[in-house]
Design a binder for this molecule. Structure first.
Ligand code: ATP
Ligand code: MG
Length: 699
C-alpha cells in the first residue's frame, strides 16, 4: 500500500522519498515540490519501517506551514510525528526540562518585548521614543538569533547600523536582559538560546532528547539562523539522519539573522549526503516561470532555471497607475473580476513589501465589499500609533470649536506624534510610524478635496470609526493580504504584487547595498512564484492623487520582463494601461474592449495615459458641456456621501469628462469609457444612464 504513496512523485522527488537513511539535501527552486517530496519521504520512511514516527521531528518556519505539514502527514497516514516550528519545538523542550535544569516553574514568555526595552532605555539614559524602541527590540532579536551576547555586540555587530550608537544599543541590550532576569521573564529568542544552553551544559538532558528524537527533516532550510542551526546540531549529535530542503533563491530573512550558508555548506559537512535537485516547477504556469527565471538570471546567484509542468497560461500583467489609490482600486476590481470568473476569494492574494502598504489595499477591497484576511501585518486601525492618533484627534474635536482649518489641526496634532512633511531617513519602525500618520493626513486631505463643503474634524473622525469597524468584520472565505515574508511556502491561483517602485520594492533602506538588493530580488521572486495561474504586478507614479512625486518603476520589472516584450507602460488618471509581459500590448484599459486609442475629436493616435483615459489628445479642447460636467460632479458628490468614500473612488475627473463627451446611452457605451468596469457599471450604470438621458441636448 505504501508503495502507491510514491506514485504521485516525479523521478527526482521519488529519489528524495526513497532516500530514507542518512543525510539528504534537496536544493531546488520555487514550487518544484520540495515540501511535497519531504512529506512523502517521511511517510515512506514510516510506512517502510525505516524510522518510527514518534522518534521523528519535522521543522519548518511558520505556524501555518507546520500546521499544513501535520495535515499532509496525516493525509499520508502518518500519526504521532512532531511537525513544529523551531520555536515551538524548543519551547516544548525548555518547558519540560526547566524544573530540572533551572529550577522552579518555567518562566513566562514575553508576548511583546517593546515595553521592557523602553524600560531598559530609561535605565541607561536613552530616550525611549516608541519607534526607536521598536527598532532596538528588532536589533536585540537579530543579535540573539545570531548568538551575539550584549557584551560582544559592539564589536561583532560593528558592520550593522543600529537605531542608536553601537555603545548605546549594547547598553540597552544588556539592561534589557537584566530586567528580564529580575522579573523572571524570557522572550521569543531566549527560548532558542536557553534550550541551546541547557542542551550544551547538561549531557544527561541532551541524552534524553537524543533518545526521543532520532531523525530530522527541515523545510525552508535556506532561512535557518545560527542559533537554530546550533540547536539542530545538538539534537542530531553524531547521527546523520537529517534531511534538509531549501532554495537559496528564497533566502528572505537575512535581516533577522538567517543565512543560506548552512544549506550551501551541507554537502561539505556531510560529504556522503544524498544530493538531489528538482527542476520541474509544478505550481506555476509557463509564463510565470519564465518571468521568475528571467528575474533570477539578473541576480548574482547560480540558480538553475525552472521548467513549468503546468503548460501555458495567461501572461503576467504589468500595470502602471497614476497614484496608489488608483492602483489599489484597480487591484480590487481585478480581484472582483477573478471572483466573477469563478475563482474563490481564498484562492487570491495581494502581496506587499511592507506593512505600511496595507491600509490603502484594505480600504480599496472593503470599498468593493471584498472579504480580506491579513497575514504578517497588523490591521491599520489596530496599530498603536493609529489608535493613539485617533484618540488625540477625538480629544481635540471634543475640546475645540469646529474649525474651518481642520486639516491644519490634524497635521499639528499628528506633528506632536512625530509626523512631518518629509519622511524620516531609513526604514524600520520610525519610518512605519511616519507612514501610518502620513496615511491619516493624506486621507484627511483627500476627503477635504472631495467634500470641501461638509468636512470637519468630527466628520473625519466619524469616517475613521466607520472604516475601523468595517475592517473588523470576521471573514471566512477571504482574499489574503500579506507581506511577502509571511507568504513563503504558500500558493494561490491568483496573486497581485503591487507597489513595484524604487524605494518600496526594492526598499529604500536596501538600495545602497548590492547584497541587500539581492535579498529584495529574492523577495520579489518569492512573491511572483506564489501564483499558480494569474499574476499581476503593478506600480504607481505617486503616492496620493494629484501628487507630484515621480516615483520610479522598480528595476525588478525590467529584470523580470523580457526586453522588447513590454510595448508600452504608461499611466492614466484612473484606468491604467495594461501591458502584457509577453506578446502585444493591449493599450489602454478600455482599449481591450474596443475604445479607440485615437482622439475622438481629431483622430490622432493617443500616447499618454491621461489622453487615453479621456479619449482625447492634449491639443483638442474638451467637448464636454460645463452644465453636464456640473451635474455629473454633483451626482458624484452625492454618491461619495452615500457610500462614505472619497469622490475619486466613485469616478475620477477624467472619467466624468469622458462620460460628458461621449454621452453613452447604453451599458456597452458605459463600459467603453476608461474607468468603468463591470463593478462600476453594476453600481452606477442605471443612475448614469438616467442622468445622461435627462441632460438637455447640447447642454
Ligand atoms: P516553495 O519553494 O514555494 O516552498 P515547494 O518546492 O515546497 O515550493 P510544493 O509546495 O511542495 O513546492 O509544491 C508546489 C505545488 O506543486 C503544490 O501544489 C504541489 O502539490 C504540486 N506538486 C508538487 N509536485 C508535484 C507532482 N509530482 N505532481 C503534481 N503536483 C505536484
Ligand atoms: Mg515549500
Amino acid at each position: 500500500m505504501w508503495e502507491d504513496l510514491l506514485a504521485g512523485l516525479d523521478p527526482e522527488q521519488r529519489a528524495v522519498a526513497e532516500a530514507v537513511e542518512g543525510p539528504v539535501v534537496v536544493w531546488a527552486g520555487a514550487g518544484t515540490g520540495k515540501t511535497r517530496a519531504v512529506t512523502h519521504r517521511i511517510a515512506h520512511a514510516v510506512h517502510s519501517g525505516a524510522h518510527e514516527a514518534r522518534h521523528g521531528l519535522a521543522v519548518t518556519f511558520t505556524n501555518r506551514a507546520a500546521g499544513e505539514m501535520r495535515e499532509r502527514l496525516r493525509g499520508l497516514g502518518v500519526e504521532g510525528m512532531q511537525a513544529r516550528t523551531f520555536h515551538s519545538a524548543a519551547l516544548r523542550q525548555l518547558r519540560h526540562f526547566w524544573p530540572r535544569a533551572i529550577g522552579g516553574s518555567p518562566a513566562d514568555v514575553l508576548p511583546r518585548t517593546a515595553p521592557l526595552v523602553a524600560e531598559a532605555c530609561r535605565r541607561v539614559g536613552v530616550a525611549p521614543d516608541p519607534a526607536v524602541v521598536r527598532d532596538l527590540a528588532a536589533e536585540i532579536a537579530w543579535a540573539k538569533q545570531s548568538q551575539v551576547p550584549a557584551a560582544e555586540y559592539a564589536v561583532v555587530a560593528a558592520h550593522r547600523e543600529p537605531p542608536t550608537t553601537h555603545a548605546e544599543t549594547a547598553a540597552v541590550y544588556a539592561a534589557y536582559d537584566d530586567l528580564r532576569w529580575e522579573r523572571g521573564l524570557i522572550d521569543f529568542d531566549d527560548v532558542l538560546l536557553l534550550t541551546v544552553g541547557i542542551l550544551t551544559d547538561r549531557p544527561d538532558i541532551l541524552d534524553e532528547v537524543r533518545a526521543a528524537y532520532r531523525w530530522f527533516t527541515v523545510d525552508e532550510f535556506q532561512d535557518v539562523s545560527p542559533v537554530q542551526n546550533r540547536l539542530l546540531d545538538l539534537w542530531l549529535g553524531d547521527r546523520d539522519d537529517l534531511c534538509v530542503v531549501g532554495d537559496p533563491a528564497q533566502t528572505i530573512y537575512s535581516f533577522a539573522g538567517a543565512t543560506d550558508r548552512f544549506l550551501r555548506d551541507f554537502p561539505r559537512r556531510f560529504p556522503d549526503a544524498t544530493r538531489i535537485s528538482l527542476v520541474r516547477a509544478y505550481r506555476s504556469t509557463e509564463p510565470i516561470i519564465a518571468m521568475a527565471n528571467r528575474l533570477m538570471a539578473s541576480g548574482a546567484g547560480e540558480s538553475v532555471p525552472l521548467r513549468s509542468m503546468q503548460g501555458p497560461g495567461p501572461s503576467p500583467v504589468i500595470e502602471a497607475y497614476a497614484d496608489e489609490p488608483a492602483e489599489a482600486a484597480a487591484t480590487a476590481r481585478r480581484l472582483a473580476s477573478w471572483h466573477d470568473a469563478g475563482t474563490p476569494w481564498r484562492e487570491m492574494a495581494v502581496l506587499v513589501r511592507i506593512n505600511a502598504q496595507m491600509p490603502v489595499f484594505e480600504e480599496a477591497l472593503s470599498d468593493l465589499g471584498i472579504p480580506v484576511v491579513l497575514r504578517g501585518g497588523e490591521r491599520f486601525f489596530d496599530r498603536g500609533e493609529v489608535r493613539e492618533a485617533i484618540t488625540r484627534l477625538r480629544g481635540a474635536a471634543r475640546a475645540g470649536e469646529q474649525q474651518a482649518e481642520w486639516i491644519e489641526e490634524v497635521r499639528s496634532i499628528l506633528a506632536t506624534m512625530g509626523f512631518g512633511a518629509q519622511p524620516p531617513r531609513g526604514s524600520g519602525a520610525v519610518r512605519e510610524r511616519w507612514e501610518s500618520l502620513a496615511s491619516l493626513v493624506s486621507l484627511a486631505e483627500t476627503m477635504q478635496a472631495e467634500r470641501p463643503d461638509d468636512m470637519s474634524l468630527r466628520a473625519f473622525i466619524d469616517e475613521l470609526d466607520r472604516r475601523s469597524e468595517s475592517q473588523h468584520a470576521p471573514v471566512a472565505d477571504a482574499v489574503t493580504l500579506a507581506t511577502v515574508h509571511a507568504a513563503k511556502g504558500l500558493e494561490w491561483d491568483a496573486v497581485c504584487v503591487p507597489g513595484l517602485v524604487e524605494g518600496t520594492f526594492p526598499h529604500s533602506q536596501s538600495i545602497a547595498s548590492a547584497d541587500a538588493v539581492g535579498e529584495e530580488r529574492r523577495l520579489f521572486y518569492v512573491a511572483i512564484t506564489r501564483a499558480r495561474r494569474h499574476l499581476v504586478v503593478s506600480w504607481s507614479r505617486s503616492r496620493t492623487p494629484g501628487g507630484r512625486g515621480q516615483r520610479e518603476r522598480s528595476r525588478f520589472i525590467a529584470e523580470a520582463v523580457a526586453e522588447g516584450e513590454v510595448v508600452s507602460v504608461d499611466d492614466s488618471a484612473h484606468g491604467a494601461s495594461v501591458t502584457r509581459a509577453r506578446g502585444r500590448s493591449r493599450g489602454a484599459r478600455g482599449g481591450a474592449r474596443g475604445v479607440p486609442a485615437r482622439c475622438r475629436t481629431c483622430g490622432k493616435a493617443l500616447v499618454t495615459g491621461p489622453e487615453r483615459a479621456r479619449s482625447r489628445c492634449r491639443s483638442c479642447p474638451s467637448t464636454a458641456s460645463e452644465d453636464l460636467m456640473d451635474r455629473l460632479r454633483d451626482w458624484r458628490l452625492a454618491k461619495a456621501h452615500e457610500r462614505g468614500v472619497p469622490a475619486y473612488v466613485v469616478f475620477t475627473d477624467a472619467t466624468l469628462e469622458a462620460l460628458a463627451e461621449a454621452r453613452p446611452d447604453d451599458d456597452e457605451g458605459l463600459l467603453a469609457i476608461s474607468g468603468i468596469g463591470p463593478d462600476k457599471l453594476a453600481r452606477y450604470g442605471p443612475d448614469l444612464l438616467v442622468l445622461l438621458a435627462e441632460a438637455p441636448d447640447g447642454a
